[in-house]
Design a binder for this molecule. Structure first.
Ligand SMILES: Cc1cc2nc3c(=O)[nH]c(=O)nc-3n(C[C@H](O)[C@H](O)[C@H](O)COP(=O)(O)O)c2cc1C
Length: 358
């Protein structure tokens, strides 16, 4: 799997998720078998680049190459500027967001809403490619299958974007109208793959090694991209890699290993966000790790009251030590529950928060 001049270790990608796939989480996923990770989106609004939030997103210290940054916006010149700003901050690949359903930038809908305005979408792609080409930085793009059921224009757009110089396309198998409802469909992704020569990445509802293999085979895609199923379960990438290589399932991780991984994750997280923000934003990650474990709800309630790193880390360590008394290994994942629980509110709230903050 190759993006421009970058050879990737495998074809298992972490999906960009605002508020989730920050540097600590991306680094962890890569350590646990993901071959590629894209940052949370960075706004094209110059007035927001110096906010704490955007400067944290543009900080790639210690991240494994290639460093890919997603940009979001509705104005071609601003998007080109945003690409250059991120390249100056270490981005080696620029990804254009045409996949997010709820992102409003400069009072206009960005993300997947751009799929409705094909001229503007093309202008943006051309401007970003023109800005990135002299720096030898590949441009990639993430989109949905279309605006709505009646306007599934992913195939036509994919061909246009390829001609304009996009070097890889990721496609989430839902329309913009669907948000996250219903099931992802893979026929349109297969049609996109058949219509272009650049690598295509299939995304949407992949939550088990079997599903990853099935989607690769149904779509003919070059890679799979996993979002929600990696929340609190970053080892899903090594499970998929193992299954692809051997056809057998890796045993679930040891409780002791997950304890160590989570404590390391927390330390990285606090280092990026500081204590006040770090303790609060770590709660959702901890909640995802313990979801489906015994006593998780009571633990989450207690943990949500804690306001300093020391107590939060100690509570996590105690929780996993208590679990290890009863079982060596984590329970087998319940993917159906994982995705069902992630449906609707959780994601909508996250995105609405993002939108307000921008
Ligand atoms: C909390 C959250 C934030 C997201 N943020 C972004 C984003 O910033 N950019 C983007 O292109 N897609 C974003 N997405 C969409 C995901 O990248 C992915 O396309 C979607 O979740 C479907 O994949 P999955 O079924 O594996 O989760 C987000 C999804 C979630 C759940």
């Amino acid at each position: 799997m190759q993006i421009g001049q970058y050879q990737l270790p495998n074809n298992l990608f972490v999906a960009p998720m605002a508020g989730v796939t920050d540097r600590p989480f991306r680094t962890l996923c890569k350590k646990l078998g993901a071959g590629y990770a894209v940052s949370e989106m960075v706004t094209s609004r110059r007035d927001l680049w110096h906010t704490l939030k955007t400067s944290r997103r543009a900080d790639h210290t210690g991240e494994t190459a290639p460093i890919a940054v997603q940009i979001a916006g509705t104005d071609a010149a601003m998007m080109a500027d945003a690409a250059l700003y991120n390249i100056d901050n270490g981005a080696q690949i620029i990804d254009i967001n045409m996949g997010c359903p709820a992102k409003k930038v400069c009072n206009k809908w960005a993300g997947s809403a751009l799929m409705q305005d094909e001229n503007l979408a093309l202008q943006i792609v051309e401007a970003v490619v023109a800005a990135c080409a002299p720096r030898n930085v590949p441009v990639t793009l993430k989109m949905r299958t279309g605006w709505c059921q009646a306007h599934k224009n992913a195939v036509a757009l994919a061909q246009t974007f390829e001609q304009a110089g996009v070097q890889m396309l990721a496609v989430h198998g839902r329309t913009r109208e669907q948000g996250y409802k219903g099931e992802a469909e893979y026929d349109t992704i297969a049609a996109v793959k058949a219509a272009v020569h650049i690598p295509v990445v299939a995304n949407g509802d992949i939550d088990t090694p079997q599903k990853a293999r099935q989607v690769l085979s149904l779509t003919g895609a070059d890679a799979v991209m996993i979002g929600r199923a990696a929340q609190g379960r970053p080892w899903i990438f090594r499970e998929i890699a193992h299954f692809m290589a051997t056809g057998t399932h890796l045993a679930p991780p040891l409780v002791a290993e997950v304890k160590r991984l989570l404590l390391d994750h927390l330390q990285d997280h606090y280092a990026l966000y500081g204590e006040f923000s770090g303790v609060r934003t770590a709660r959702k990650h901890i909640g995802w790790y313990v979801k489906s474990l015994p006593q998780a709800e009571a633990f989450r309630d207690r943990m949500n009251q804690m306001e300093d790193c020391g107590h939060q880390m100690q509570a996590v360590a105690d929780f996993f030590d208590a679990l290890a008394v009863h079982t060596d290994r984590m329970p087998l994942a319940r993917p159906d529950t994982l995705l069902a629980e992630a449906e609707g509110r959780e994601r909508t709230e996250e995105m609405e928060k993002e939108e307000k903050e921008a």
